[in-house]
Design a protein around this ligand. Structure first.
Ligand code: 475
Length: 822
């Protein structure tokens, strides 16, 4: 057994030998008849595919039973519309949920194959950027685990999020290619294919009713993947759309020798599902993005309307049988598209169509950064979607009329779906808000800030509409599978049933002072750190000692997430160690990972700085045993699964008020890492649950940030008042970490000196002090493990099952099959 294979034992094990024999013959059949390979000739990837296909058969049994049940009972279904699903790998999770981990491991072993090893060659399905996409993936699994009938709708991108390489300390992007060897999990559904129109003209055919004749039409073809829930009781469906041309080849053009023209239509159509936009928390703004948004929204709505009509013979009761959740504003054209389908295709009058639309749709907001709110030029929407533009104007006119009648002093300009200040643009958040019966934020703080800031006027007009559902994470992937050692300990202490009812981890809290438990925890963490240390050595060429404090910041690189604060403080620490090398510094390794959007210059410069600092620090013999800095390339879901269980300290240090929730913070805390963080997003709720003594909080609060922004303190003054900061900034700006290019970071530092928008300088001292508190806690190891136990014991509430339970009850009004307990 290698060091990964014992992770299997965390799974449910109730299978007798004949199940192993059955799996063996299933694998061999797949290998022989689906892949055409003899066992002797099979390569690792053949075994992987055969294993996936054999597993998929078991998933299909569950899937068909779930689908049949929800048809037979006519239960309400959830449709989760998301431009991103950041799934990662599927084999280990599917096996674990099916209770097949152990028999499959044995079956493979008897065939001479190491399952954990081949699992690592499954490509990550990286159809997402970050938090929003990963949340959608967790929720698909949690709905399957809690018995909520659901379809997730998205785009089957040929190329997911780019692969990140680090060359000379700089990020380089390489295309991602997960489909190049086909995707064994999916099923193409030729019958589920819809026409998606763009452009053209509209002609009146009656009051409120028009005929839209698109100029261009592309096909959306469905690809389905089952998502199996815990213990294989239920399954949801991920339905991703691929764009195909109506006429893949123009023979006319071809015959004239115009080879490019012959495939022009095809290229234009297929471009829609070609590649995921690599922006996180920033709108893309290009026409192709709007085409993607409409493409998948229209296909999904046509599909669900068609399904409903076939099942119930009428759309009158759509809202009773369907809940459509918009994951951010990317699918908010759904409001106009559903109206169009009801008005133009199903001949409802406006009032009825609006009532149905509003009762069916709800919307989740994931960010308040003003620059991140999507808007589209009216002229573009008019050209690409003339009918939808009419409908949006229609919604807006009626909405503003109603507000004007109710409250004559309302601020209509800010309520309007059209922003008239910046060359007339459609505000997608306002469209989603007005078209939804419920709008939610993703943490308590964020939902409150929604009411006070971006949505203040809309909130006044609809005081009941905004609610909060704090995010959640699936404990199956992020605890059971990622951390089998801790899972085993939890099962021993809290009972085997923790796997079924994560709420039982609460009992772990009673063992916080138990020396034996503390020692077990330390040993588990050490093993996890050893696993990570191997990867660090491989990928960064740096040897790290598993005994030192692993201090981890992994997430998209963004100014508001403040990786810059972390690395500047690291430099201060480095300087301090060098000036007093004999003090008892808590030895640390600073672990960073994360991608920057390819056009985000400042974020890329921060990555460069981290790597440059790493090069200096890691080669300095005076700090050798005390400090190392590593930047792991190509952060993705699989890497997160490796890193999180190995973390001692979780860095959640965003400028307060800017991180809507965070979900990485929850994964770390559940795995027993201590959070150092600001009072932002879900950090606040983590603190409330684990207790103030078990989290390290620093920095300005969201209210104080608000004030600081209105009356900014000059950077020079802040720097003067902060010990060590001047020296750190001067060193970076002067090229101490970039000797080959002295002015490499001149701009980055100049930016801070000119305008400390993210309060990196303002929060520096408070952060520095907080890190010294961490040093002291780490020195008292019994205290540290006490805190760690408290974190695990009190974070079950952050289970995605709890979050889905809240959506189901308060927003979707669907009963969960198995009550979510947490
Ligand atoms: C928040 N992505 C986290 C997480 O709720 C939160 C935006 C535009 C285009 C493409 N991607 C985006 C986001 O806005 C995003 O990922 N937001 C994140 O959603 C889940 O936990 O705080 O930043």
């Amino acid at each position: 057994m290698n060091d990964l294979s014992d992770k299997r034992t965390a799974a449910v094990h109730f299978e007798p030998d004949d199940q192993v024999d059955r799996l063996k013959s299933e694998i061999l059949r797949k290998l022989t008849y689906s892949l055409g390979k003899a066992p002797a000739a099979a390569q690792a990837h053949d075994w992987l595919t055969a294993g996936i296909l054999a597993t998929r058969d078991h998933a299909i049994d569950v899937w068909q039973a779930s689908t049949k049940e929800s048809y037979a009972t006519g239960r309400k279904r959830v449709y989760y519309l998301s431009l991103e699903f950041l799934i990662g790998r599927s084999l280990a999770d599917t096996l674990n949920n099916l209770g097949l981990t152990e028999p499959m491991t044995r079956a493979m072993r008897e065939l001479g194959v190491d399952l954990p090893e081949i699992e690592t060659i499954e490509p990550d399905a990286a159809l997402g950027n970050g938090g929003l996409g990963r949340l959608a993936a967790c929720y698909m699994e949690a709905m399957a685990s809690t018995g909520v009938p659901a379809l997730g709708y998205g785009i089957r991108y040929d190329h997911g999020l780019f692969k990140q390489g680090i060359e000379n300390g700089r990020q380089i992007e390489r295309p991602e290619d997960w489909l190049s060897f086909r995707n064994p999990w999916e099923f193409e559904r030729r019958e589920a294919s819809y026409r998606i129109g763009f452009g053209g003209s509209v002609a009146a055919s009656g009051p409120d009713q028009v005929v839209w004749t698109p100029e261009e039409t592309v096909f959306a073809v469905a690809y389905d993947t089952p998502v199996v829930g815990w213990r294989g009781r239920d399954s949801t469906t991920l339905r991703l759309w691929r764009a195909r041309a109506m006429h893949p080849l123009s023979l006319d053009a071809f015959n004239k020798g115009d080879l490019v023209g012959a495939v022009a239509e095809r290229n234009r159509a297929e471009a829609i599902s070609k590649v995921l936009y690599p922006n996180d928390s920033t709108p893309a703004g290009q026409e192709l993005r709007l085409r993607q948004e409409f493409f998948f929204t229209s296909a999904s709505l046509q599909d669900l309307v068609h399904r409903h009509h076939r099942q119930f013979g009428s759309l009158d009761n759509l809202a009773e049988k369907a809940a459509i959740q918009l994951n951010d504003t990317h699918p908010s054209l759904a409001v106009a598209e559903l109206m169009r389908l009801l008005l133009d295709e199903h001949k409802f009058n406006w009032e009825k169509a609006w009532e149905i639309t509003n009762a069916t749709i709800s919307y989740t907001n994931h960010t308040l950064l003003p620059e991140a709110l999507e808007t589209w030029p009216v002229a573009l929407v008019e050209r690409l979607l003339p009918r939808h533009m009419q409908i949006i104007f229609g919604i807006n006119a009626r909405f503003l009329d109603a507000v004007r009648r109710r409250s004559p002093d309302a601020d209509l300009a800010s309520l309007s779906l059209i922003d008239e200040h910046h060359g007339r643009r459609v505000r997608m958040a306002n469209l989603a808000f007005v078209g939804s019966h419920t709008v939610n934020g993703v943490s308590a703080l964020h939902s409150n800030l929604m009411k006070e800031t971006v949505f203040a006027q809309l909130h006044r007009a609809f005081p009941e509409r905004i609610t909060n559902v704090t995010n959640g994470i699936t404990p199956r992937r992020w605890l059971l599978n990622a951390n089998p050692g801790l899972t085993r300990l939890l099962q021993e202490v809290c009972g085997e049933a923790v796997a079924d009812d994560i709420g039982l981890v609460r009992q772990f809290g009673a063992h916080a002072d138990d020396r034996a438990v503390q020692e077990r925890l330390a040993a588990i963490r050490r093993d996890n750190k050893l696993r990570l240390a191997k990867v660090i050595q491989q990928d960064c060429g740096v040897v790290v000692d598993p005994e030192v404090l692993f201090d981890v910041q992994i997430k998209r690189v963004h100014e508001y997430k403040r990786q810059l604060l972390n690395i500047l403080e690291t430099i201060a620490l480095y300087n301090a160690i060098r000036s007093e090398p004999y003090r008892d510094w808590a030895p640390r390794v600073k672990v960073f990972a994360g991608k920057a959007a390819s056009n985000y210059t400042t974020a890329k410069s921060i990555i460069n700085l981290i790597n440059d600092v790493a090069a200096v620090v890691n080669n300095d013999i005076t700090t050798r045993d005390r400090l190392k800095v590593v930047f792991l390339p190509n952060y993705n879901v699989s890497l997160a699964e490796l890193i999180i269980p190995a973390a001692d300290l979780s860095e959640q240090i965003s400028t307060a008020g800017m991180e809507a929730s965070g979900t990485g913070n929850m994964k770390f805390a559940l795995n027993g890492a201590i959070t150092i963080g600001t009072l932002d997003g879900a950090n606040i709720e983590i603190g409330e649950r684990v207790g103030a003594d078990n989290i390290v909080i620093f920095g300005l609060t969201a209210d104080e940030v608000e004030i600081a922004k209105r009356n900014p303190r000059p950077s020079a003054e802040v720097i003067r008042a902060t010990p060590h900061l001047e020296g750190v900034l001067d060193a970076v700006a002067g090229g101490a970490y970039s000797p080959g290019e002295r002015d490499r970071y001149a701009q980055l530092v100049e930016g801070l000196r000119l305008n400390d928008w993210f309060l990196v300088l303002r929060d520096f001292e408070s952060y520095h002090q907080a890190q010294r508190r961490v040093d002291a806690l780490w020195a008292d190891r019994a205290r540290w493990w006490q805190m760690s136990v408290a974190n695990t014991a009190h974070c079950a509430w952050f289970s995605a099952d709890r979050a889905i339970g809240e959506y189901a009850e308060r927003i979707w009004h669907v009963p969960a099959g198995q009550a979510a307990r947490a």
